[in-house]
Design a protein around this ligand. Structure first.
Ligand SMILES: Nc1nc2c(c(=O)[nH]1)N(C=O)[C@@H](CNc1ccc(C(=O)N[C@@H](CCC(=O)O)C(=O)O)cc1)CN2
Ligand SMILES: Nc1nc2c(ncn2[C@@H]2O[C@H](COP(=O)(O)OP(=O)(O)OP(=O)(O)O)[C@@H](O)[C@H]2O)c(=O)[nH]1
Ligand SMILES: [Mg+2]
Length: 441
């Protein structure tokens, strides 16, 4: 809950041309006047001297004054734009603390903006994601959410559910008879439409999450197929140990790389085979776990080994997309590049690696980043929970169940969606979200 007047350095630590100290809360005006003299007109920059408690100047710079509620937080906000040196910024901060301000906790400005109804949760998170964005496409997706597109999509879904519930609950109140055949069909069709809309939102959100966190690609296959060599070729460095001994890799080895600015999380795993010592068996278990959680599996096959049949490992999780990569074509003589069967490469000579990178770019949807909303795991979880409740509603409607049952599932779906924008929240969730923001945000 907001209490008191908070302050923080809003610019990054270190030295820069300008450094900004920001204040928010009921005493912002008095504190700013004490340091910088009379307040300037709202939202007009004015040059002032910033005085220390002994009256001597700490710095001189611009003051901005945003009387609430027309400010970022909705409270009275002031900004002191001084020279960007760590000592200057610290002295200004100490001066404000001495006058009774409190140091803001991470994300507290945004938290207050949310509590004062200035931004919903998706927008607050989008601000943090925009600051964190590691690629242009992630930044674009964050901007879409910041401009409220994600929230608007969720709100539209919630509105449709509300309409349906009103319809159903009116039936409960005013009729003793169950829904008539036609009306029930109508409800079923509308719930189906919501389910489809939800699924497409889920896809856009999941793409946004991949843009932020990186597509997770697991390299898997038989021992000695050249998985670690492939990781090294993709990463452009000696990330993993390569030997001609089958069973070299045991742990899951994680590497982060970029393809055209798009983040990729690549995991090298132990070769899949039965037997081996306990260490190798544990490695294979971990490999399978990684495969099940992947966005895509690169199934590496030793093309120079007639015995390495790509169809052999029967344990591919069927919900994960798989690309077969024929490796060691320098020995097998297969032509490099992409074909219907998969990709042909040599991790050793680098042949075909460019085609593999293009393929991964396409998997990331690099040419289709416009449709993404920046999204977080918690958004995907809420969307999944909502989809589950919609499914329950559909099953109930199709089975001709009573209105109450259908309406109850729709209400549960609504609550799950409400968690995304913050219409339904707990203190705990808010604490978890805002505490990951940077200080001064
Ligand atoms: N100097 C400065 N730059 C900044 C910020 C800031 O707080 N200070 N921001 C911090 O994130 C971002 C901009 N976000 C902001 C959002 C709303 C308001 C604001 O005062 N809104 C009022 C008045 C709008 C107006 O002047 O017309 C309002 O909406 O009522 C300010 C900044 C990025 N740049
Ligand atoms: N000729 C040729 N040899 C390769 C190629 N890729 C890998 N190798 C060799 O194949 C052997 C095994 O390579 P690794 O990358 O360790 O294979 P792995 O699949 O990681 O093996 P495990 O970790 O034991 O499962 C090494 O001797 C590599 O030098 C390739 O494209 N061409
Ligand atoms: Mg290996």
């Amino acid at each position: 809950m907001p209490d008191g007047t908070i302050c923080a350095v809003a610019t990054p630590p270190g030295r820069g041309g300008i450094g900004v100290v920001r204040l928010s809360g009921p005493d912002s005006a008095a504190l700013t006047e004490a340091v910088a003299g009379p307040l300037p007109a709202p939202r007009r920059a004015s040059m002032r001297r910033f005085a220390g408690d002994d009256g001597a100047a700490i710095d001189e710079g611009l003051v901005l004054w945003f009387p609430g509620p027309q400010s970022f937080t909705g409270e009275d906000v002031a900004e002191l734009h001084g020279h960007g040196g760590p000592v200057v910024m610290d002295r200004l901060l100490q001066r404000l603390l001495g006058l009774g301000a409190r140091l803001a906790t991470p994300g507290e400005f945004s938290h207050r903006a949310y509590l004062n109804g200035r931004i919903d949760l998706t927008r607050a998170e989008a601000i943090a994601d925009l600051i964190e964005a590691g690629s242009e496409s992630a930044a674009r997706a964050a901007m879409r959410s910041l401009q409220g597109e994600f929230a608007a999509t969720i709100d539209a879904l919630v509105q449709r559910l509300t309409d349906l519930r009103v319809h159903l609950e009116a039936g409960i109140d005013f009729a003793d008879e169950p829904l008539e055949g036609l009306a029930l069909q109508d409800v079923t069709r509308q719930v189906e439409a919501v389910a489809a809309e939800l699924a497409s939102t889920r896809r856009a959100a999941s793409r946004g999450q991949q843009l932020q966190e990186g597509l997770s690609v697991v390299i898997a296959g038989r021992p000695n197929a050249g998985k670690s060599s492939l990781l090294n070729a993709l990463a452009g460095r000696d990330a993993a140990i390569v030997t001609d001994l089958a069973g070299t890799t045991r742990d899951v080895l994680e590497s982060y790389l970029h393809i055209d600015g798009l983040p990729l999380r690549v995991l090298d795993t132990a070769g899949l085979r039965e037997g081996g010592d306990v260490v190798e068996q544990e490695g294979v278990r971990r490999a399978r776990r990684a495969m099940a959680a992947a966005d895509r599996i690169l199934m590496v096959v030793d093309d120079s080994d007639a015995g390495d049949d790509p169809a052999l490992p029967a344990e591919w999780p069927d919900h994960v997309a798989v690309t077969t990569v024929y490796n060691k074509i320098d020995r097998s003589g297969r032509a490099a590049g992409e074909s219907a069967a998969g990709l042909a490469v040599s991790a050793l000579t680098g042949e075909g690696m460019e085609a593999l990178r293009d393929h991964l770019r396409a998997c990331l949807g690099a040419d289709d980043t416009e449709a993404a909303f920046i999204a977080r795991r918690r958004h995907l979880q809420s969307l999944d929970a909502a989809a589950g409740h919609i499914d329950e509603a559909l099953t109930a409607a199709r089975a001709g169940a009573g209105e109450e049952l259908i309406a109850e599932s729709l209400a549960a779906a609504q609550a799950s969606l409400g968690e995304i924008t913050g219409a339904v929240t707990t203190e705990d969730l808010l604490g978890r979200i805002f505490s990951t923001f940077c200080i001064g945000k």
